[in-house]
Design a protein around this ligand. Structure first.
Ligand code: ADP
Ligand code: TYD
Length: 201
């Protein structure tokens, strides 16, 4: 089973993934978590380039670098685990490229982004995507003391467009489960767990 988490920076993805992973492991599932970009030696190197505020990256190059990191992760790690019936949780997947590069950067037409996403994912699709919906203003408040990476330095209007991109995806994609990320950590965890339990049974 492939579970993905999406949402803007600071929406609570890592917090919820860690809780879900522990719970599923306690129930006896073998669970693997990867973050995007990252998760393999090569993908982590590409992550270092993508998030470094000192490197200027052309917007189309940016799409291709996120996609290269993804292609390697899926081929090297995710596909073999799914073939083995393990549970894989991804902290971001190709919906982030649609939202950040497609809607946020507007670097290519959404249609072209979908084509690149298709190539980079080797045919792998999430069974369910938890979209942690949080306004950019609340997310910014939660993360105001964190050091900012290259993407997070993209500005308020960029994050408004990214948020709208996720909203668009939530409307169009059946697999998107929208979660109110303003609730408490424990309430959100229970919302997610209820859905996953239903799915796994
Ligand atoms: P993301 O992985 O989406 O960037 P994090 O899980 O790192 O988000 O959370 C960002 C910050 O918000 C962290 O300081 C975290 O402790 C806090 N946080 C996470 N979930 C909640 C919540 N439901 N309510 C309030 N603060 C939260
Ligand atoms: P990360 O720290 O993993 O995200 P978060 O702050 O939500 O915990 O940083 C990854 C950054 O890269 C984040 O700003 C989202 C961005 N990103 C894209 O722009 N496109 C993509 O395809 C992916 C996977 C991430």
């Amino acid at each position: 089973m492939l579970i993905t988490f999406e949402g803007i920076d600071g929406s609570g993805k890592s917090t919820q993934i860690s809780l879900l992973k522990n719970e599923l492991q306690e129930q006896g599932y073998s669970v693997y978590v990867f973050r995007e970009p990252g998760g393999t030696d090569l993908s982590e190197m590409i992550r270092g380039i993508l998030l470094n505020p000192e490197i200027d990256i052309d917007p189309v190059t940016e799409v291709l670098l996120f996609s290269s990191a993804r292609s390697q992760l899926i081929a090297e790690k995710v596909k073999p685990l799914l073939d083995n019936n393990d549970v894989v949780i991804l902290d971001r997947f190709y919906d982030s490229t649609t939202a950040y590069q497609g809607y946020g950067r507007q670097s290519l037409a959404i249609d072209q982004i979908h084509q690149i996403n298709k190539a980079a994912t080797h045919g792998v699709k999430p069974d369910v995507t938890f979209y942690l919906r949080l306004s950019p203003q609340v997310a910014a408040e939660r993360t105001k003391h964190f050091e900012k990476d290259r993407m997070e330095l993209s500005g308020e209007t960029f994050f408004e467009r990214v948020y709208n991109g996720f909203e668009q995806l939530a409307k169009n994609e059946e697999r998107f489960k929208t979660i109110n990320a303003e609730k408490s950590i424990e309430e959100i965890h229970q919302d997610i767990l209820n859905f996953v339990k239903e799915f796994l049974s």
